[in-house]
Design a protein around this ligand. Structure first.
Ligand code: NAD
Length: 392
């Protein structure tokens, strides 16, 4: 429970799917009254049942008193009209990822809530500026990007649009701290921080697979056992869903005006088209059926180290480039990747450990070999190597 008294500020949450209900729980646990609205009554009912069982599990595990769980749930009003969100001082939208639908909701919200109510979107990939532009008061709109599951993941990317007022951004950062979250400030650019920098974790692993350098289980083994990542890229893509992961990659690629660095993979596109979506469909890169068997990894340490380094150097390049383009500060980039996607170490600190010059040499070698812009080294890394600088 937050130390600040949050009862005065009421929160509206639009959309009661996985993100909306998680955000409602976070706000209610921080002491706010929450109006959780969904246009689909079944989704609202599902959210109510899920929140009940999530809170009950916390009670069973001794993390929450029974009375407290009742109070948290009691603070969440499951409402079937957007007009019920009228008393809110902050509304967070978490509906379907569709610009037209989101803009229509913001236009309506802008009309009905009080003039000083802050409007936030949880979009993963859309432009905050274009959502804000649907409102007569665009200065009160910003992005608040929570991670899934919202109650467990500490990171929140706070994204002001060009229209957003400075005071709105400051207030949002403070609210997130009050909710026990770790907010980082990100520029309104495709993928913000995490979904931009993390692309090579999937994309470069897919390249290694497509080139036949190693199979799925060997790449996953190398990244977890040798790289220290919690999940290998293929296990993670199967977990997220190949349809969802492919869509994010495609939308980042398009939003970057088709920069080849973010080019999606045919392998993943085909799996997605075939309905091999991962865990949820029983088959993805792995077969999850009862008689499905797993090819054992080839635990060749030299090969494993090559795999880890090729993926890691591409991640480092993205992190450095995000810093170069001032997408976020050095410290926020490190926080985002360690808390948003649980990387074992900040990528910029990792770059220092490996040696900036070594990163540049590897990227240049890859670029020479493939002659693809995908492998172009960030100007920041090259400059730092020349000047003998480190990130920390
Ligand atoms: N799932 C994730 O991992 C994740 C992580 C971060 C951000 N996001 C973003 O959060 C948003 C929601 O994602 P989700 O995974 O919770 O989706 P979801 O499909 O689980 O839930 C969306 C909900 O919005 C409701 N809805 C749709 N249109 C509506 C409208 N006009 N008015 C009211 N309710 C409406 C739907 O009925 C549904 O219950 C998306 O923008 C997504 O990109 C998702």
């Amino acid at each position: 429970m937050a130390e600040t008294d949050n009862s005065a500020l009421q929160i509206g949450v639009i959309g009661s799917g996985s993100m909306g209900s998680g955000i409602a729980q976070v706000a209610a646990q921080a002491g706010h009254v929450v109006y959780l609205f969904d246009k689909n009554p079944q989704a609202l009912q599902r959210a109510r049942e899920q929140l009940q069982s999530v809170l009950q599990r916390q009670v069973d595990k001794g993390r929450l008193q029974q009375a407290e769980a009742g109070e948290v749930l009691g603070r969440i009003r499951f409402v079937d009209s957007i007009y019920d969100c009228l008393p809110a001082g902050l509304v967070i939208e978490a509906i379907v990822e569709d610009l037209g639908i989101k803009r229509a909701v913001f236009e309506q919200l802008d009309d009905i809530v009080s003039p000083d109510c802050v409007l936030a979107t949880n979009t993963s990939s859309l432009s905050i500026a274009s959502i804000a532009a649907a409102c007569n008061r665009p200065e009160r709109v910003l992005g608040l990007h929570f991670f899934n599951p919202a109650p467990l993941m500490k990171l929140v990317e706070v994204i002001p649009a060009v229209q957003t007022g400075d005071d709105i951004c400051r207030r949002a950062l403070q609210w997130m701290r009050d909710w026990g979250k770790t907010p980082v400030l990100a520029r309104d650019t495709p993928g913000f921080i995490v979904n931009r920098i993390a692309r090579p974790f999937y994309g470069e692993a897919l390249r290694i697979l497509e080139e036949g350098q190693a199979d799925v289980s060997t790449i996953d083994w190398a990244m977890t056992e040798l790289g220290g990542f919690r999940m290998g890229p293929f296990t993670l893509m199967d977990f997220i869903g190949n349809d969802v992961n492919y869509k994010v990659t495609e939308s980042v690629f398009q939003a970057f005006f088709y920069d080849p660095r973010y080019k999606p993979s045919f392998t993943q596109k085909r799996l997605s088209e075939a309905g091999f979506l991962g865990r949820k469909s029983g088959r993805g890169y792995y077969d999850y059926s009862d008689d499905g068997h797993l090819a054992p990894p080839n635990k060749d340490e030299a090969l494993g180290k090559d795999i880890v380094w090729r993926i890691l150097v591409m991640l480092i390049n993205e992190a450095a480039d995000a810093l170069f383009w001032k997408i976020a500060t050095r410290d926020d980039i490190e926080l985002a990747m360690t808390q948003g996607v649980n990387y074992p170490k900040g990528l910029l600190a990792w770059a220092d450990d490996k040696g900036i010059a070594h990163c540049v040499e590897t990227l240049d070698r890859l670029y020479d070999e493939y002659r693809e812009d995908r492998y172009r080294c960030s100007p920041l890394l090259r400059r730092m190597a020349r000047e003998g600088k480190t990130f920390f």
